[in-house]
Design a protein around this ligand. Sequence first.
Ligand SMILES: [Ca+2]
Length: 270
Amino acid sequence: MKILRLSLASVLLLALSFALGPAVAAATGYSLFGDATLSSSGHNSNTAVQLRSNVAGLGQTSGGIDFTVPAGMTLSQLANLSTDYMFTEASCGGGSPRFQINVAGKNIFVYLGPYPNYTSCAQNIWTSSGNLLTASSFVDTSQLPSGTFYDTWTSALTKYGSSTVTGIQLVTDSSWTFGARQTVLVDNVMINGMVFTFETGQGGGAGGGNNGDKEKCKKGGWKDSSAGPFKNQGQCVSHFARGGHDGQGGQSSDDDSDNSNDQGDNEDSD
Ligand SMILES: [Ca+2]
């Protein structure tokens, strides 16, 4: 039987792709990890996501969004990646904020901010990244074989276009380079034709987010929420933003930890 020759990894991947099938079809899924919270300061809307990187020792040093991508999507099928963003503390720099495109167990990094240094982003003004994956856009493929820091998207597609994209994240983690907290709001993230507005009812499809309960997650309230346990404030807010019944709670009992950046689940598996 042919199936006996499949490696364990292949079987696991196959099982995973079936398990994720229905959710992927909805194409609106995302989850927050680290120091990431829904914010009521959206871009011409009610809601954005606040990503924050705290100085080491003063909280979580990174925050991000993990986006669900269509099962089996190859890199060559990825044609549009963009976001609106606004810094409220510090700026771009130190390699973040960045998109991480997961391929072959590694990442292709796509940095926000002006080429070539990706520094000096303005504060308190919404900026659109525009499409970060035009033919001449620069992406960082240095984690991959024959990769380089300044690689054009065209070149990246030539080398890795047939690779499957297993996930995409948007991450902020550069407080170290500023010696201060780095905080950025992001909204209207676009992955191909999918737009993530983070408004109530989008993402998870539960609808009916409860702002009162979301507020109770803040100032340490997530530790005591009866809907938990949650790993962090972001997970608590996200839970209620999706109507309080997305099943994200209850995965962990370490209610006093601040190191749980592991919600991304499977993007590192290979
Ligand atoms: Ca929004």
